[in-house]
Design a binder for this molecule. Structure first.
Ligand code: ZN
Ligand code: MN
Length: 487
């Protein structure tokens, strides 16, 4: 009888912290798009005799993250040197944290959603540890040559290591997405995957269901997107299942594999090196870190509402789960939405304007959110709708034109003569004419056919090219027609 196998997955996540300067020197931490080797100095180039100084902003952000993940921030921790030789590492060692990391023992609760965005399960993954370290440079292989760019060398990183609590590729991805939301919400990292600001190493092993022992694992290095995380795990799971069948059991020892994105398969790189191969020892140039409990409490108090709680708030207001998630994944979108919600106090309206119309028109025009109207420009439009200057329907056209032309709502409304007709005397004239011109419909309405009023309404809207205030016209018509005939 075939055994039932269970998949065991753990993640190591590297996230770049969004700081002004690098981890141990004053170099610009934003190297994206800059000439290679222009944001470097003797410290991040590892020159002898230079002294690294920890970046206070980075330490603060790492503590914020630790607390947001429910970790205990250790009162005492220190940096260590992790030695390995590679051309992207100018000093021959990485400054990391080994036996006394910044924080331990956290958890992330995350949701599993179905294809329609509805929540089907709630899961928890424990965080084993969080530590700080500096990033290496970047190598580009061109033919038989390798080019080194050290702009990224020294960038502050958090390494977040989970317990092996994840049971499928789906869970791993859902966890990673929730982690990303937290990092972005607390402004610890932009976690822009396209820029390599968040990267995963995933460990996977199999065991017989019902057993507790962890078997040797395969570690998949350097996955740069949720998609490659998912595909690599699915591939490796299948490979390990086949191996299990062939050799009637798990891997004989730990291995390290690489994910070949274009070939869609993993390749064995090496047997896992032991910690002792790195010859860790305490970094002699940086004093140990010490944090008072009161200081940590202060940082904790300043944490914003975390994504899950925020999402639950949106859902409680009536927003579907998938839309709430969409907001949590994009801070700019959320800021637009919050502003419109604040102004209209109406979730449906805010969702219609921001999540349906704005996103839809931007997509049609091939633009990104930051290329669209600013928050203030959107609010100008919302004010025009809320005050009755234009109808909600006309608002849609205005928004589309705002995106095409970059002009403001007021300007477009004035230029196109789109103001809604709301004043009573103009409407009264219109309604009187409507009744005179639509005698047949008026009579069937009076005879009890409610729907006939629609024909009269349609005439008014056509006559005014949609600019009559429909609610007011409707009210006036009903009032007039329900007055009993005098003769
Ligand atoms: Zn530097
Ligand atoms: Mn690391």
């Amino acid at each position: 009888m075939p055994v039932t196998l269970e998949v065991i997955i753990g993640l190591e996540v590297h996230a770049q912290m969004s700081t002004r300067t690098k981890m141990f020197c004053g170099c610009d931490n934003d190297a994206f798009g800059k000439e290679p080797n222009t944001t470097v100095c003797p410290i991040c180039m590892g020159h002898p005799g230079t002294l690294p100084v920890p970046n206070g902003e980075a330490v603060q952000k790492a503590i914020r993250t630790s607390l947001a993940l429910g970790c205990t921030v250790n009162g005492d921790s220190h940096f260590d040197r992790k030695h390995y030789f590679y051309p992207d590492l100018p000093s021959g060692f990485q400054i990391s944290q080994y036996d006394f990391p910044l924080a331990n023992h956290g958890t992330i609760t995350y949701d599993i959603l179905d294809a329609g965005g509805a929540k089907v399960a709630e899961k928890t993954c424990r965080i084993h540890r969080l530590h700080m370290e500096n990033d290496a440079g970047k190598l580009t292989h061109v033919g038989s040559r390798t080019l080194c760019d050290y702009n990224r060398a020294g960038t502050p990183l958090m390494e977040i290591v989970t317990e092996p609590d994840l049971r499928s590729a789906d869970e791993a991805v859902a966890f990673a997405q929730e982690l990303r939301r937290v990092l972005v919400a607390i402004q610890a990292s932009e976690a822009d995957m396209f820029k390599g600001m968040m990267r995963f190493d995933a460990s996977i092993s199999l065991r017989e269901k019902g057993t507790e022992k962890l078997n040797p694992r395969s570690e998949i290095k350097n996955l740069n997107s949720f998609k490659s995380l998912e595909r690599a795990l699915l591939y490796e799971e299948k490979r390990l299942r086949n191996l299990w069948e062939e050799q009637s059991g798990p891997l004989k020892g730990n291995i390290t594999v690489g994910w070949m994105d274009d070939e869609e398969k993993t390749r064995v790189l090496r047997e896992k090196e032991d910690a002792q191969d790195y010859r860790y020892f305490p970094e002699p140039d940086i004093p140990p870190l010490h944090f008072e409990a009161a200081f940590i409490e202060e940082v904790k108090k300043k944490l914003p509402v975390l994504p899950r709680a925020q999402r639950e708030k949106y859902v409680a207001l009536g927003l579907p789960e998938a839309k709430a998630l969409q907001l949590m994944d994009d801070p700019l979108l959320r800021s637009h939405f919050d502003a419109v919600l604040e102004r209209t106090k109406d979730v449906k309206k805010a969702s219609g304007i921001v999540l349906t119309q704005l996103i839809g028109f931007l997509k049609e025009q091939g633009k990104t959110l930051d290329q669209g109207p600013s928050k203030d420009a959107i609010l100008e439009l919302v004010d025009a709708i809320e005050s009755g200057t234009i109808s909600g329907n006309a608002g849609k056209d205005v928004l589309e034109k705002m995106i095409t032309t970059g002009k403001g709502a007021k300007e477009i409304i004035a230029a196109e003569g789109m103001q809604q007709i709301s004043d009573d005397s103009s409407l009264q004239t219109l309604v009187d004419r409507a009744i005179a011109e639509n005698q047949k419909a008026v009579e069937s309405y009076k005879a009890g056919k409610q729907a006939a009023l629609g024909a009269v309404m349609a005439w008014v809207m056509k006559e005014t090219k949609g600019q009559a205030n429909p609610a007011k016209v409707n009210e006036m018509l009903r009032k007039l027609l329900e007055t009993p005939d005098e003769n």
